[in-house]
Write a protein that binds this ligand. Structure first.
Ligand SMILES: *[C@@H]1O[C@H](CO)[C@@H](O)[C@H](O)[C@H]1NC(C)=O
Ligand SMILES: *[C@@H]1O[C@H](CO)[C@@H](O)[C@H](O)[C@H]1NC(C)=O
Ligand SMILES: *[C@@H]1O[C@H](CO)[C@@H](O)[C@H](O)[C@H]1NC(C)=O
Ligand SMILES: *[C@@H]1O[C@H](CO)[C@@H](O)[C@H](O)[C@H]1NC(C)=O
Ligand SMILES: *[C@@H]1O[C@H](CO)[C@@H](O)[C@H](O)[C@H]1NC(C)=O
Ligand SMILES: *[C@@H]1O[C@H](CO)[C@@H](O)[C@H](O)[C@H]1NC(C)=O
Ligand SMILES: *[C@@H]1O[C@H](CO)[C@@H](O)[C@H](O)[C@H]1NC(C)=O
Ligand SMILES: *[C@@H]1O[C@H](CO)[C@@H](O)[C@H](O)[C@H]1NC(C)=O
Ligand SMILES: *[C@@H]1O[C@H](CO)[C@@H](O)[C@H](O)[C@H]1NC(C)=O
Length: 838
């Protein structure tokens, strides 16, 4: 800092060069405290370098900006109003110095002028805290680029700067710009409002045109950031060429603009967002009109939202619907008249006039603005209110800094940093709006979405919706007259949204472009979870084609009212009653040779399980439960095994007992002594029970559901099929028994007819064998309710085969041929047999 200290009181020669403003101009008003005003009265975009000759830019030769002059008038109006109404600053006269910054060409000179003291010298000091520059605060400039330049100077002095229309988000950084405030919401809110507008009208396929400068790039970038994650896609983004200073389009510019319009024409996007200063758009819209390009919704950024010059291209009304984002209109009484009031010569200011400066003069401004007066009046005070409130904010800060009472203020020296502190604290109501700066120095003025209109009986910028920065919400969207036939809302979508139950199949790289594909039956689309994939229904559910949810499948099982069930039940009843009858008949004729030859007591051992088996047939009908499954899978096999083993043992006895008696007498005596038949039956039954219990222990008998392969809407409720698979293994025992029984019976086919059960045993065993094998085959290829029916039918038929096939003929003999049921007849038969054999 020592270096700076040594340089104290050095002077900027540059400032000497600054030419004195003319006396009594629009740009200058003497006062106790001066406000600096920076406005763009002329404009030209950067990037125009004369390569063949060097020329100091002449602001005067640039295009005049009507809006800039309008804003300058707003500042003059505000100061005059404050001076007129002495309650705010009684006894204090506010003055101003206003300079044309020429958009971005002329920022530095005015700032140095503002910072310098009355003697045009800007001393270099170590500490500026007790330095009093020419102005106490600066209002403006209008665009972010100039604001940054100016703010870089003013930060060192903590000289308050309030901008009225620069929206850049970087200005919120209070470490970089400690002395900068604004009466405008930041770009973040502007972009958010645009994004919400798109969401509201369901536009998800848009084009972004940006100017080739920071303004265009920053905001284009911000918009694309804001749109990602909201399912809005940018079809393409193009940068508009920077125009020439004189607005004459060069051939390159012409072809570039033509290419852009071509691309717009070919695109399916019907919404075009344009972030660009108004200047860069004149040639573009001329090209649009030349091509008769129409049918697009143009969305204007705040930079050209209410530009009366562009609006005066009345042919634009055929180019589509123009919407724009800008600040809310706040009517300022008296301003319209003030704007076109001729400046009147006031008292001499006492400034030593050495000539005029190009930055404080604008001869044509007044007349041009006057010619636009109608549209300016109709469009309302939007940005104008930003200037107006900025001046009032400074006045209120001065009010509290000077300790103003009802009638007087202390006219003490005001240091900029003191005023800055007060400006941060202001909180007052101005024309119905609360003027208060948030911690980032922004004022949360509501934004309006406006529609351009060319019907001069209405406002050219009709408000159609409002955006409230505090709530970050777009509200009160009202009637819009679209350019479309029948006034329907224009559609700008890459792909039409899918019907419910259709999944999106991406096409290309944009998430907004997709095909819609129906979800297959059995799958459904949960839109909240995933739009791109159909999810499978849970096991017990099913969905129709393009389903959004699954329904429970209908459960299928055997029911009483079905024909197969009734048939089987009737068969079972027949079996039951016939078995019961057989039992009674056998009991009545227990001592007859016929019953004894049939097995005697062993007959009852066969008949009882048969009866039990018939009785439990109903467990096959109705919805399976654990107990009915247990019954089906244990009781039936065991009953059946007892029967089969009895038959097998019986046929073994008939065929082999004689041979065993003669050839193996010892074995025969053991067989007789230890009740061989019963032991065998008991052993086989025990084996079967062990198998069944073993299976029970390894698998659960719970009912399970399976999809019907023929009709996916149906779930088959059945006993555990795994269990059944294992049961096939245990059925192997029965099969083996039946094969053995069949063999014995076949061997005994030569026996006397009254012993000859071979025919019937052969029959029932063959039937059992074939039916079991075909049932297994059937079950392995088919699974459905039919399996249960077949299973039951085969079981009942097998039982019937035993009941009627084995016992039936014997009962017939007992009842109808009692003469053959005698010991004598039996003996004669055996003798006859032995003789034949010999
Ligand atoms: C200020 O007062 C003068 C004189 O009374 C009047 O002509 C002028 O319109 C007033 N200005 C404003 C902005 O109120
Ligand atoms: C635009 O329309 C006008 C009149 O309707 C016509 O003369 C002109 O050729 C059209 N221009 C183009 C590029 O189609
Ligand atoms: C503005 O218009 C007035 C009256 O119409 C005229 O006298 C004056 O010369 C014009 N000024 C300029 C700079 O054209
Ligand atoms: C205002 O004037 C009154 C007397 O007229 C005086 O008492 C008071 O101190 C003054 N206030 C200020 C702030 O100058
Ligand atoms: C501003 O003033 C209003 C009314 O005077 C008050 O309700 C509000 O709390 C104030 N806001 C702040 C931040 O002080
Ligand atoms: C202009 O507005 C008036 C009133 O709102 C309406 O009656 C008239 O039809 C409009 N004209 C056009 C050309 O839209
Ligand atoms: C917006 O709508 C709400 C109610 O829907 C209403 O209270 C409010 O006044 C409206 N605001 C504007 C600016 O139209
Ligand atoms: C406009 O509306 C009419 C009647 O409602 C209808 O017949 C016609 O098809 C619509 N035209 C268009 C372009 O939608
Ligand atoms: C869809 O997915 C969401 C989130 O994953 C979940 O909360 C919701 O329950 C699902 N809806 C259906 C019908 O599955």
């Amino acid at each position: 800092m020592g270096r700076w200290a040594r340089m104290i009181c050095s002077l900027f020669l540059l400032l000497q060069v600054l030419v004195e403003p003319a006396e009594n101009s629009d740009f200058y008003l003497t006062g106790d405290y001066l406000l600096g005003g920076l406005f763009s009265l002329h404009a030209n975009v950067k990037g125009t370098v004369h390569l063949n000759y060097l020329q100091v830019p002449k602001c005067k030769e640039y295009e005049m900006k009507v809006l800039g002059y309008n804003l300058m008038q707003a500042m003059r109006f505000a100061v005059e109003e404050i001076n007129n109404h002495s309650s705010l600053l009684p006894g204090v006269l506010l003055g101003y110095e206003m300079v044309d910054v020429c958009y971005i060409s002329n920022n530095v000179q005015p700032v140095l002028y503002f910072l310098a003291q009355k003697d045009y010298f800007l001393p270099i000091q170590e500490d500026y805290s007790s330095y009093v520059p020419r102005v106490v605060a600066v209002i403006g400039p209008d665009n972010s680029e100039s604001v940054v330049t100016v703010a870089n100077f003013l930060s060192l002095f903590l000289l308050p700067q309030i901008t009225y229309s620069a929206i850049s988000d970087q200005l919120r950084n209070k470490h970089r710009f400690p002395a900068l405030l604004r009466t405008m919401p930041s770009a973040d809110h502007h972009v958010e409002a645009i994004a919400q507008l798109m969401l509201h009208f369901r536009w998800n396929w848009i084009v972004v045109l940006v100017s080739s400068d920071d303004y265009g790039r920053d905001n284009g970038q911000r918009l694309s950031e804001r749109l990602t994650g909201r399912d809005i896609c940018i079809a393409f983004q193009e940068s508009l060429p920077a125009p020439q200073p004189n607005q004459v389009a060069t051939p390159e510019e012409h072809s570039r603009l033509g290419a852009i319009v071509d691309k717009l024409q070919q695109s399916t996007a019907r919404v075009v967002v344009v972030f660009s200063p108004d200047l860069a758009l004149h040639n573009f819209f001329r090209e649009v009109l030349r091509r008769n390009f129409t049918g697009v919704v143009w969305i204007a950024s705040e930079s050209w939202a209410i530009d009366p010059v562009l609006h005066s291209f009345t042919e634009l009304r055929h180019a589509g619907t123009f919407l724009a984002v800008t600040t809310q209109s706040v009517p300022i009484p008296g301003f319209s008249e003030f704007r076109v009031r001729r400046w009147q010569a006031g008292p001499p200011s006492g400034r030593n006039s050495q000539g005029s400066t190009c930055n404080q003069e604008c001869d044509e401004c007044f007349n041009t603005t006057k010619s636009f007066n109608t549209i300016l009046t109709l469009s309302g005070e939007r940005v104008v209110y930003g200037v107006y409130s900025a001046v009032y904010a400074v006045a209120h800060a001065l009010h509290s800094l000077l300790g103003c009472g009802e009638t007087n203020c202390t006219k003490e020296v005001v240091y900029p940093w003191q005023l800055l502190k007060e400006i941060w604290k202001v909180n007052f109501t101005l024309l119905g709006h609360q003027i208060i700066f948030d911690h980032e120095g922004d004022m949360a003025m509501p934004l309006d979405i406006i529609q351009w209109q060319w019907n001069m009986s209405q406002s050219p910028f009709q408000s159609i919706a409002s955006y409230y920065p505090a709530q970050r919400q777009l509200k009160n969207i009202s009637y819009i007259s679209w350019h479309t036939p029948n006034n329907t809302v224009p559609v700008s979508m890459c792909s039409k949204s899918c019907q419910p139950g259709q999944r999106k199949k991406p096409v290309g790289t944009h998430s907004c472009c997709f095909e819609c594909i129906d979800c297959l039956p059995g799958t459904f689309l949960n839109q909240t979870a995933d739009e791109y994939d159909c999810q499978s229904c849970p096991n017990n559910k099913w969905s129709h084609r393009s389903g959004t949810s699954c329904f429970r499948r209908r459960l299928a099982f055997l029911e009483w009212h079905e024909a197969p069930t009734i048939i089987v039940a009737m068969l079972a009843a027949l079996g039951f009653f016939s078995t019961l009858a057989i039992m009674v008949i056998f009991w009545r004729h227990f001592q007859t040779p016929m019953v004894r030859s049939a097995g005697g007591p062993m007959c009852f051992l066969m008949l009882t399980p048969l009866l039990v088996a018939y009785m439990v047939v109903p467990v096959y009908v109705g919805s399976p439960t654990v107990s009915t499954c247990l019954c089906r899978q244990t009781l039936f096999p065991i009953c059946f095994t007892i029967c089969i083993s009895c038959i097998t043992v019986r046929s073994f006895q008939i065929v082999c007992i004689f041979k065993m008696a003669s050839r193996l007498p010892r074995a025969y005596s053991y067989w007789v002594r230890y009740h061989g038949p019963y032991v065998s039956v008991g052993f086989i039954t025990a084996l079967k029970v062990a198998t069944v219990v073993g299976i029970l222990l390894t698998t659960s008998p719970n009912p399970t559901t399976r999809a019907d392969p023929d009709d996916p809407q149906i779930m088959i409720l059945s006993c555990n099929p795994n269990f059944r698979g294992l049961l096939l293994f245990s059925t192997g025992l029965d099969l083996a028994l039946s094969v053995v029984g069949f063999s014995f019976a076949y061997m005994g086919k030569e026996l006397p007819t009254n012993y000859n059960e071979a025919k019937f045993i052969t029959l029932s065993m063959t039937f059992y064998f074939t039916s079991s094998v075909s049932l297994c085959t059937f079950m392995s290829v088919y699974s459905g309710v039919l399996v249960t029916i077949m299973d039951l039918l085969v079981t009942v038929l097998n039982l019937l085969a035993i009941s009627l096939g084995y016992f039936g003929p014997k009962c017939y003999m007992i009842l109808f041929y009692p003469e053959r049921n005698t010991q004598a007849y039996f003996n004669s038969m055996i003798q006859g047999y032995t003789m034949r054999k010999d």
